[in-house]
Write a protein that binds this ligand. Structure first.
Ligand code: ADP
Ligand code: ADP
Length: 225
């Protein structure tokens, strides 16, 4: 059975129907991409899963449990934003440990978890730096570390590479794919870049105007675009 099961999901902003009955399955540990032009509903879908948007219709289960019944902060789902939203005045370690500290974890437990995710994302030796002392790719790894430190089952990434220079982006596509494998949780990544979706994802959902037109592997899409 799939980790994430979306059925008939619909959402509107006033008269704008942003999602029109979306059905999707995402497997555990899968790198899943949502591909489509600006305005097709990708962000609305992500925000509905994260709990920042209230869909008008449909069901979503995560690991068999009703996701939509849970408030955002109780969902085992995290979102990584375009801008990364790192605290500029805090070190890498403090940026990553901020959430667990606020959640009331003991200092020793926070330190252990921070050290572990720093290893996972390959930021060893950089824990004392501030975001301004890091490269774009390193900042992205901090954002990723912060998004996985509380051990979600699903990570949502909204245009994760769009803040990076064009020449770093191709390299980071492979890097993100490798990190997803390392982290071992399902990723749902939003992008409007077909090349990016095809180079990273295990499967791609092609969206247009609030609907999913097709779900296919990159191989299938190359053969049958
Ligand atoms: P995408 O992420 O694919 O660019 P969105 O989910 O942001 O698409 O938008 C889907 C549709 O909903 C678009 O027509 C967009 O203009 C509209 N929309 C998104 N957010 C809002 C909002 N807060 N208020 C009104 N309309 C919105
Ligand atoms: P994206 O397409 O990457 O989601 P946008 O620039 O379209 O980014 O949207 C940025 C913000 O504006 C989002 O929070 C979205 O909900 C909101 N938004 C998007 N479209 C509209 C709209 N037509 N009316 C009001 N708010 C909108």
């Amino acid at each position: 059975t799939p980790l994430l099961k979306i059925r008939g999901l619909s959402a509107s902003y006033g008269a704008v129907r942003a999602l029109r009955g979306v059905d999707l399955d995402v497997a555990d540990n899968e790198f899943f991409a949502l591909l489509g032009p600006s305005g097709c509903g990708k962000s609305t879908l992500l925000r509905s899963l994260a709990g920042f948007e209230d869909p008008s219709d449909g069901t979503v289960t995560l690991g068999g449990a009703d996701l939509l019944a849970l408030p955002a902060h109780k969902r085992p789902v995290n979102m990584m934003f375009q801008s990364y939203a790192l605290f500029p005045h805090l070190s890498v370690e403090k940026n990553i440990g901020y959430g667990p500290s606020r959640a009331g974890l003991a200092k020793s437990e926070v330190a252990a978890r921070v050290a572990e995710v720093i290893r996972t994302v390959g930021l060893e030796g950089l824990g004392g730096r501030r975001p301004s002392q890091l490269s774009g790719g390193q900042r992205q790894r901090v954002a990723l570390a912060r998004a996985i430190v509380n051990q979600p089952r699903l990570l949502l990434l909204d245009e994760p590479l769009s803040a990076l220079d064009r020449n770093v982006r191709a390299q980071m596509q492979l890097e993100l794919k490798r990190l997803q494998h390392e982290v071992g949780i399902a990723f749902v990544v939003v992008t409007h870049d077909q090349e990016e979706a095809l180079s990273m994802a295990d499967r791609v959902a092609v969206m247009n105007d609030g609907e999913v037109l097709q779900v296919a592997s990159p191989e299938e899409l190359y053969r049958n675009p």
